[in-house]
Write a protein that binds this ligand. Structure first.
Ligand code: ZN
Length: 581
């Protein structure tokens, strides 16, 4: 994860693009596949798994915390993976590390009868005042169809750093940042190739170099894509993806306090607000998780759609892709151990220091036994990537739509990719998250919406396997009408009333009135902060008449909170309350 002079580094990116020379992919077949010039039959698996719900199930079964752990310990063993470190040693430095990653990709390739194509992407560039040849390591899983040549990319940087950004002598095991993301990418190359997963589109797994000094490896791949006419449909960057412990510091929006643990939430960062392809990709990944994968997971993840492209003052390898028009997101742990400001006196966190190690050796056998990375949490994050990438590689092309409003009814018409039977219509109002995703039969739909508000509406096509395309651009619309969601436009079935007391301290009562009991499986209340972050969500029992539920906020953050009643996960109504202590 780079820090320092990020702005300068980004503003110089066009210079860097020109300065990279001798850019090449070392495998001609990997190069041809990424350009869409190949015969898919040559790479067809003997026993393909191409039904997306089965793929999701296999992902949940086969991603292995043990493999992730073994890969992380191996990456740490290279001691220093600085981009400018040694390339000849067989056991230390970035050269040994990249050859080992390539060797593992080659092993997966053999085990899948040559379905996976490993390669280095080489480029010459001056890093740390050293003109040298650098290498990303890639593995290409060819798609089953060359009609749509766009590729899906899963990446994570494998270079590391300690306090000095060009220090090639220090211990820089780089475990949380970013052996976690590298191990994740490798695990997906293994699981996807050996199981015979088959998608219409090509998937590329990439471990990048040069991230810490200025996103150089990612920029090299962007340059290659632009020069070679490779269209990139989606990029998921993984950086700091497996740690669960909050440090003394963390870049905003950070974590609540030192040594607090979060192994449930994970953050998806992406650029833009309204009508941003990258933000739509983040929402797509979250939706695929909810619809395809969550049912197979022992522990559910809470995926947070973050507003900014990255933490304040920070950057990562998704950025060069977004800058060149490719939708790109970053997956990062909820808790980070440090803000990487190693120049600050007394900085004691692990990130960007020699302390970014696997864990603590409690019994002095030379191996850590208490880990800073939670391998099961990392495995869940690996599955989130896998499901998002698989569905992006499997689903249809994205449609477009028109929206009209009459009163509080939205009328939607699909105007591109019009041959599908089903579409999804995503609607959001006040947050980065979709409020709800409707299902529409045919190209025309109409939906009753609560309250007079501004909405952002987008659409996806659904194929015969039930897989959505990535969602379209967003259109805005404003509904008028009463603040309710009634079955016939008269008295609503359910009314969320104002909490009392309000403003409140410590605790308040939330009131829900049921006029007619609608059909549903699960009712929940949810409280979120002004930024849309869910603070608490819990199931409630609804009875005919007035229902009261105590919400205990405790001491803490003051200000406006939102509370919602949800039926089967769909927000029905939301109100605001004020916490003041
Ligand atoms: Zn990083």
């Amino acid at each position: 994860m780079i820090r320092q002079l990020l702005f300068l580094a980004l503003s110089l990116s066009s210079l860097q693009m020109n300065a990279q020379t001798h850019v090449r992919i070392t495998s001609a077949s990997a190069d041809s596949v990424m350009r869409g010039r190949y015969n898919p039959a040559q790479f067809a698996p003997a026993f393909p798994i191409n039904y997306p719900p089965h793929i999701a199930q296999w992902i949940a079964r086969q991603v292995s915390p043990d493999t992730l752990r073994a890969n992380i310990l191996k990456l740490a063993s290279f001691q220093n993976r600085n981009t400018a470190s040694d390339t000849l040693s067989g056991s230390r430095g970035i050269g040994a590390a990249r050859r080992w990653i390539h060797g593992e990709f080659s092993r997966y390739a053999r085990e899948s009868n040559g379905r996976l194509l490993p390669a280095f992407q080489e480029f010459d560039f001056n890093v740390c005042n050293l003109m040298a040849r650098h290498s990303n390591v890639i593995a290409v899983l060819p798609g089953t169809d060359t009609a749509d040549r766009s590729i899906v990319l899963i990446e994570g940087h494998f270079d590391s750093r300690c306090e000095g950004n060009c220090d090639t002598a220090c211990l820089a095991e780089g475990v949380e940042d970013n052996a976690t993301g590298t191990a994740l990418v490798m695990e997906l190359a293994r699981v996807f190739s050996r199981n015979g997963f088959a998608f219409p589109r090509t998937i590329v797994f990439m471990a990048t170099t040069g991230e810490e000094q200025g996103l150089y490896g990612a920029q090299a791949f962007v340059n290659y894509a632009l020069r070679s006419g490779v269209a990139i449909r989606a990029v998921i960057n993984n950086d700091v993806s497996g740690g669960i412990i909050c440090g003394k510091t963390a870049s905003p929006p950070g974590c609540p306090g030192e040594n607090l643990i979060d192994s449930i939430r994970v953050r998806l960062f992406s650029a833009g607000n309204i009508n941003s392809p990258s933000k739509q990709l983040a929402r797509f990944v979250k939706l695929q998780y909810a619809e395809m994968l969550r049912q197979h997971m022992d522990v559910p993840s809470d995926i947070q759609i973050m507003s900014p492209e990255d933490r304040t003052g920070r950057g990562g390898d998704h950025i060069p892709f977004r800058q060149n028009g490719f939708p790109a997101i970053r997956l990062t742990s909820a808790h980070e151990h440090g803000d990487a400001d190693v120049s600050k006196p007394g900085y004691s966190d692990r990130q960007h220091s020699t302390r970014d190690r696997a864990g603590v050796d409690l019994n002095s056998d030379g191996m850590p036994d208490s880990f800073f990375v939670d391998f099961r949490y990392l495995a869940r994050n690996t599955c989130i990537n896998a499901c998002g990438a698989a569905m992006a590689a499997a689903g249809p092309a994205r449609p477009d739509l028109q929206v009209q409003v009459s009163g509080k009814t939205l009328f939607t018409t699909i105007t591109r990719e019009t041959t599908y039977t089903w579409y999804r219509i995503a609607v959001r109002s006040t947050s980065q998250d979709w409020d709800t995703v409707f299902t529409q039969h045919g190209v025309n739909g109409s939906f009753l919406m609560p309250e007079g508000r501004n909405y952002y509406i987008s659409a996806a096509a659904v194929d015969s396997n039930g897989v959505e395309s990535i969602f379209s651009r967003e259109l805005t619309a404003q509904t008028t009408g009463v603040q309710s969601f009634g079955s016939n436009g008269e008295t609503p079935d359910i009314e969320l009333e104002q909490n009392h007391p309000n403003p409140f301290d410590l605790a308040t009562w939330i009131v829900v009135r049921v006029n007619r009991m609608p059909r549903f499986r699960k009712a929940e209340l949810q409280v979120s902060d002004a930024g849309g972050r869910v603070l608490r969500r819990w199931p409630v029992e609804l009875r005919q008449g007035t229902n009261e539920y105590l919400y205990e906020h405790g001491e803490g953050m003051r200000g406006i909170l939102h509370y919602s009643i949800l039926l089967d996960g769909r927000p029905l109504q939301t109100r605001s309350m004020v916490f003041a202590n």
